[in-house]
Design a binder for this molecule. Structure first.
Ligand SMILES: *[C@@H]1O[C@H](CO)[C@@H](O)[C@H](O)[C@H]1NC(C)=O
Ligand SMILES: *[C@@H]1O[C@H](CO)[C@@H](O)[C@H](O)[C@H]1NC(C)=O
Ligand SMILES: *[C@@H]1O[C@H](CO)[C@@H](O)[C@H](O)[C@H]1NC(C)=O
Ligand SMILES: *[C@@H]1O[C@H](CO)[C@@H](O)[C@H](O)[C@H]1NC(C)=O
Length: 435
């Protein structure tokens, strides 16, 4: 986690004498005292019905003995649960007192954070006690929310990100949120608000027409994007400017013919790849960085289910994929793939896994693809690109050492930026060997 060093440690401020914190303490004192009274007074507020002198046990009546024991157990569990609530209240009180006294939290208490967590951020990062105590499945008596460790390095941004009305409408800050994700705070911790709904939301087209239909403009919120309608996104391919997956929304353009024709070189066709295996045995897979989902659409037409991972880089890629009736997955290439070992029949990736990714991260990604592919599963590396000198020195050895065997392998020059750049493409079909 070297990146944490790059961020200046935030000065910690404690509200030493603020009226607000004093009031808070008075409130906490009063409420925790009230709670104690509440628990142990004869008002019997917990709704726990203790029998007059404890549970009455009739030894001669096994049925009622069992009932009595069972009801005491339930009552104890209930009491335990409520005491836990008062405990956390007490903990908050002590923390608050500590602040007023100017106690600085020790680094151990901070658990890698720069500041003590509070509010929604604290709740989101848990852990939380399990209501029924220890369970062997979890090996714990607490449930830990699963969140990006790197979140700890960006506490100020995270605090801003977690500032929302619980149960209300989420702020529209997609770009900010996605950047946090890309800095390793993935998955993100915002859970308890409603995403803004588009006014006049229009239902998607029915399948299969949905696969090749541009959705209505009113199906999404446009705030995060430069374009404000689909006409703009569709035309972007022909307009000047550099955008990620620039012509991917133009379904009548280049998208229409992708993967349909095999040129015997670096352009493989889906049908040629599927023919490598008995019919129907390539059924499920993943397209990493699949743009607007056209690979999944073509596979769907061949009864293959493909999940498409995509980032929303200045375009509603995830919404667009979904509107086509395909499954979008909003995860970055740095994320461990959310699939179990030896499960997928095929993984495809075009133009994404390339030399822009740090070598170590790329190697982790390739090993992860190997992990999720089933034995005999295929990795279709589609137009991987790098500089000529890197091909044989770095990437070919890397691909080989992961353990794949080659079925098809085609390297060629990438000429769009000029031959003098000495850029190369590699398309390959790789198999995860069977034992
Ligand atoms: C024990 O009590 C719980 C809840 O009161 C009930 O659901 C359960 O069936 C009882 N078990 C037995 C063995 O009576
Ligand atoms: C789409 O948005 C562009 C600007 O992004 C605007 O010029 C154009 O009029 C809009 N078209 C429609 C049909 O709303
Ligand atoms: C896809 O599955 C449907 C229903 O099972 C079948 O009718 C159709 O022929 C299949 N399409 C292809 C291309 O295999
Ligand atoms: C890599 O090595 C192979 C075989 O030695 C050679 O044919 C190929 O031209 C080399 N590729 C590049 C990009 O240098």
């Amino acid at each position: 986690m070297g990146s944490m060093e790059d961020y200046p440690r935030k000065q910690t401020h404690y509200p030493l004498n603020s009226t607000r914190s004093k009031l808070k303490i008075v409130f906490l004192l009063v409420s925790s005292n009230l709670l104690t009274i509440y628990f142990f007074s004869s008002l019997n507020p917990l709704g726990i019905r203790w029998s007059e002198n404890g549970p009455r046990i009739h030894l001669w009546d096994f049925d009622s003995l069992r009932r009595e024991l069972n009801s005491s157990r339930t009552q104890v569990a209930e009491l335990h649960r409520r005491l836990a609530t008062s405990n956390s209240l007490l903990e908050t009180l002590l923390t608050e007192l500590g602040r007023v006294h100017g106690d600085r939290p020790s680094p151990d208490d901070l658990d890698g954070w720069q500041d003590k967590l509070s509010g929604e951020l604290k709740l989101a990062f848990g852990p939380h006690k399990l209501p029924f105590g220890f369970t062997s499945q979890l090996g714990s008596d607490e449930l830990f929310p699963s969140l990006g460790f790197a979140c700890r390095g960006f506490q100020d941004e995270l605090t801003q990100y977690m500032r929302y009305e619980i149960g209300g409408e989420c702020p529209v800050d997609d770009v900010f949120a996605q950047r946090l994700m890309l800095k390793g705070c993935e998955p993100l911790p915002r859970r308890r608000c409603h995403p803004k709904t588009p006014a006049n939301y229009a239902d998607p087209s029915p399948f299969p027409a949905s696969l090749w239909t541009i959705p209505p403009d009113t199906s999404i919120i446009w705030d995060p994007y430069t374009c404000k309608n689909y006409t703009c996104l569709v035309n972007r391919g022909k307009a000047p400017g550099s955008y990620d997956c620039k012509d991917c929304f133009d379904l009548a353009g280049r998208e229409k013919s992708r993967w349909l024709h095999d040129d015997g070189g670096m352009d493989y066709s889906i049908d040629a790849v599927l023919r490598l295996r008995p019919p129907g045995t390539i059924r499920i897979g993943l397209d990493i960085g699949g743009g607007s989902g056209t690979f999944a659409a073509r596979m769907r037409e061949r009864n293959v289910t493909i999940v498409t991972s995509s980032m929303n880089f200045d375009g509603p890629f995830n919404s667009f994929i979904a509107s086509r009736g395909l499954i979008p997955l909003h995860i970055s290439v740095a994320n461990r793939l959310p699939f179990f070992d030896n499960t997928l029949d095929i993984v495809h990736s075009m133009h994404v896994l390339s030399n822009w990714i740090p070598e170590v991260v790329l190697e982790f990604a390739l090993y992860d693809i190997y992990r999720v592919l089933r034995p005999g599963g295929l990795l279709w590396l589609d137009h991987f690109f790098c500089v000529g000198s890197q091909m044989n020195s770095t990437y070919v050895p890397m691909i080989d050492r992961i353990g794949f065997t080659r079925v098809r392998w085609d390297a060629g020059r990438k000429l769009d930026r000029g031959i003098e750049k000495n850029e190369w493409y590699l398309s390959a079909l790789l198999v995860k060997p069977r034992a």
